[in-house]
Design a protein around this ligand. Sequence first.
Ligand code: HEM
Ligand SMILES: *[C@@H]1O[C@H](CO)[C@@H](O)[C@H](O)[C@H]1NC(C)=O
Ligand SMILES: *[C@@H]1O[C@H](CO)[C@@H](O)[C@H](O)[C@H]1NC(C)=O
Ligand SMILES: CC(=O)N[C@H]1CO[C@H](CO)[C@@H](O)[C@@H]1O
Length: 313
Amino acid sequence: MKFSIILIIFFFLFVFPIIAFGDLRVGFYSSSCPRAEEIVRQVVQRNFNRDRSVTAALLRMHFHDCFVRGCDASILIDIRKGNSSEKAAGANGTVRGFELIDEAKRMLERACPSTVSCADIISLATRDSVSMAGGPRYDIATGRRDGLVSRASEVNLPGPGSSVSQALQVFTQNGMSLDQMVALMGAHTVGVAHCSFFRARLSDPNMDPGLQATLGRICRPSGRDPTVFLDQNTSFAFDNQFYNQILLKKGVLFIDQQLALDPSSRGLVSTFAQDDDGFRRSFVDAIVKMGTIGILAGSEGEIRRNCRVFNTP
Ligand code: HEM
Ligand SMILES: *[C@@H]1O[C@H](CO)[C@@H](O)[C@H](O)[C@H]1NC(C)=O
Ligand SMILES: *[C@@H]1O[C@H](CO)[C@@H](O)[C@H](O)[C@H]1NC(C)=O
Ligand SMILES: CC(=O)N[C@H]1CO[C@H](CO)[C@@H](O)[C@@H]1O
């Protein structure tokens, strides 16, 4: 009897934290920088109040970070002479939100120098911005460290013209399932796409003719590359309307429309379209998982002082 209680206590103290979170844990900074999460939240809130599109910016940044070398803030490294960082890759040309991360980093360095990683700032800021846009609230484990490498040649993200199976290949390489991929694509419920990423679809029969006419008008002027909302119904709200839109053939990107057409994913799309709570739960599960891809922890990597440059370039 006594022995089994000791076993249970041992399990929860030592074994459970390891199997549950690996090297990361919720509240990692609670003693080293107790205000860390609050500081990030305040910076995100200030930016969000000025510009609601920061939710989209951060979600995309977090995805592009985690899918190249893991969630190690390699996406934040500026291009320098001789070293073309991930920012130089075509897929990254329009990733935005770097100034918000800089602002959070400046405040955190003032409060607790060399303590909070840029990789954790991206994960925390994304989490906060999702709830500000009406999305789910969730805890994330922290303790990520910043990477020491950022190479444009390593960026291997799916393109907007990918099929579901091509996209899934990249997600599978990163340890993510089809269900998790379809849930994560729900991030396209916020944000915009430049015409250059979907021009080929202006004559695609799988697009609603009304939407096609609208996009045609917006995208026609040559020499410019305007943007349109990915979710044409509730463009700034983090909700499940993206799935309803693609069921109505109102997907803007080819890959988005394919999710509703491909037999492997359309069942999930219908489920999420009908069940906002189910979508939220699945999204949280998937983004928490995404946030653990290839993380550096313990004494690996470094805690950058400036998120845009390695400490010893
Ligand atoms: C097969 C996978 C994916 C493809 C091919 C894809 C492709 C794209 C493209 C082409 C854009 C337009 C970018 C622009 O014109 O500036 C975009 C925007 C966006 N993507 Fe994805 N994406 C994928 C998955 C994801 C995932 C997993 C997330 C986040 C969890 C995400 C979040 C976003 C957001 C929020 C935007 C709007 C960005 C903004 O407003 O600046 N995407 N995506
Ligand atoms: C900088 O570029 C060199 C040569 O292209 C490469 O070997 C090195 O890994 C790069 N450094 C980083 C930190 O990415
Ligand atoms: C747009 O979104 C609202 C709010 O979620 C919903 O009630 C409505 O049915 C949606 N409209 C279309 C055309 O999907
Ligand atoms: C901001 C940025 O670095 N954009 C680059 C993205 O990639 C394209 C194509 O490789 C470059 O031309 C852009 O300068």
